[in-house]
Design a protein around this ligand. Structure first.
Ligand code: UDP
Ligand code: MG
Length: 138
């Protein structure tokens, strides 16, 4: 078993899509090991997306991610990082496979419903970012 971090982003959390997204993730074989709801501060969003600091979409992304509540979750499954990326689909929902979380719920390349960690190392860092008090989750 391994773990990864998902975040239901403010577009999806604010439009009544939380329950169906968590249900889809559980149906896909993930166990929720930790979950919370918060509105990120600007400093939190800037730090979380620090890797994108030089990208043209960074300022807009930070504004979006601080625009309302989001729901970070630590998810557990075999091969969790790779499997979550499959289940959420491509960054741009227009390019996401049919049936993926983004194809079903996302509005645009920016407002794309959900985050998924892209490596085991980043999953550990990102789970620690939102759940620093948890040595072992679940
Ligand atoms: N993003 C954007 N425009 C882009 C690329 C990304 O607004 O051209 C946003 C989008 O919300 C994406 C996030 O920035 O989910 C992080 O980008 P990344 O390339 O890491 O995509 P992801 O790993 O989320 O698929
Ligand atoms: Mg990414």
């Amino acid at each position: 078993m391994s773990q990864t971090l998902a975040i239901i982003k403010p577009d999806a959390a604010g439009s009544g899509r939380t329950g169906r997204i968590i249900a889809q993730l559980e149906s896909a074989g993930f166990t929720v090991r930790a979950v919370r709801m918060l509105t990120m501060t600007r400093a939190q969003a800037e730090a979380f997306y620090d890797v994108h600091r030089e990208r043209p979409f960074y300022g807009s992304l930070v504004a979006f991610m601080t625009s309302g509540p989001c729901i970070p979750m630590a998810l557990e499954a075999p091969d969790a990082v790779r499997r979550l990326r499959e289940v959420i689909g491509a960054t741009d929902p227009a390019e996401a496979d049919p049936g993926t979380v983004r194809a079903l719920n996302a509005e645009s390349k920016e407002r794309n419903a959900i985050h998924g960690s892209d490596s085991d190392e980043n999953a550990r860092r990102e789970i620690g970012f939102f759940f620093p008090e948890c040595d072992r989750l679940g």
